[in-house]
Design a binder for this molecule. Sequence first.
Ligand code: CMC
Length: 431
Amino acid sequence: MADSTKSATLSIDGQTYDLPMFSPTAGPDVIDIRKLYAEAGVFTYDPGFTSTASCDSTITFIDGGKGELLHRGYPIDQLAGKSHYLEVCYLLLYGALPTAAELEEFESTITRHTMIHEQMHNFFRGFRRDAHPMAIMVGAVGAMAAFYHDSTDISDPRQREIASHRLIAKVPTIAAMAYKYSIGQPFVYPRNDLDYAANFLHMCFAVPAEEYVVDPIIARAMDRILTLHADHEQNASTSTVRLASSSGANPFACIAAGIACLWGPAHGGANQACLEMLKEIGSPDRIPEYIARAKDKDDPFRLMGFGHRVYKNFDPRATVMKQSADEVLDLLGVENNPILATAKELEQAALADPYFAEKKLFPNVDFYSGIILEAMGFPTSMFTPIFALSRTVGWVSQWKEMIADPQNKIGRPRQLYLGDTARDYVDIENR
Ligand code: CMC
């Protein structure tokens, strides 16, 4: 960590405390409160971590006001336009863009780790047919700890690296298998002659009965979806992975914890929830009713795919995703789809409404990714698993960074206790 450059003064009941401050390379200064409880006997209170930096990191930076997202300093629009998913994975994991030789070796390593242990197939068969693919993913990724014992010793940097490669390589296979299982089709093994995105599409859509050729435009759009979701600094699922790993838990269990957190509709589940909402709205003439519901304080309904904790201007990922949506929809000739027509009008109606403008609620990445995935033929239940497989590299990179950090200690938040004070147990006959 950088040296403290300035300090903040806190005054409590006439007693003052000097708190060191750190200046980041980008973003707001932070006040270091680590010794506050020891010195002043008070906790800070910040449920939802709206003003709290939980760690230091060199991986991803977001400026929510500017709508900027940088991975290792590189803007997301440049990466989405000029790079591709596996190169971005390398960048996130190792901190620099690879040379041609490094990239070739990395791609070959990931490609050659895509098969999962054959015995894991039996594990899948234990799930009900109608299980949500995210439920299967939480279980199957956690179960990897039982199959890959030679990469669970987190004190060994080489084992950490192997676990990282295995996770990036095998999570798509697990996601595709979860899908195939849910529709009663045979599992499709990975193919080493296809790139990462094309291989995933092949594992999802090929059947043994006939040849399946991956369209390069669709593969490129899938690669973009993966690239745009690769990492997003200390969001809920990444913080979950960090907190789970802070106890020294094995990497597969920690990534399973991240998948569980991502599943929620306020986070990665928003892409599924958004498309289901668009289907429920059904046609553009019902949009005013739903906008009114979203604005009604007594109605819990929210416009899914709108708003973001950090982006208060626009989501830079959404800008790129919107272009991709247009390309894919043109290619597939689905511009007359009623869901898409509803989505386009909803976007315009919300952007023109003062409620959404005042609260800085803009379409986020999930508003557009759901539309693309639907057009590609994925059921809504696969949207969040695809987010999970893209984000695996982010979780793994943040996990690796944390484990290698000598300051790493178990995460243990405190609380503002508002319950009963100590009282005596009352025997059951006297209650
Ligand atoms: N529709 C209607 N009102 C909204 C929405 C929405 N989508 N999002 C926020 N608001 C209102 C909210 O009611 C509140 O109003 P008030 O100040 O009058 O009480 C105000 O805006 C601030 O909301 P908040 O819940 O305090 O903001 P937050 O930063 O805690 O929540 C969010 C961020 C993403 C959870 C929220 O905007 C939301 O629930 N959006 C819909 C779900 C969604 O699309 N999530 C995907 C996020 S992008 C993918 C990812 O990174 O996981």
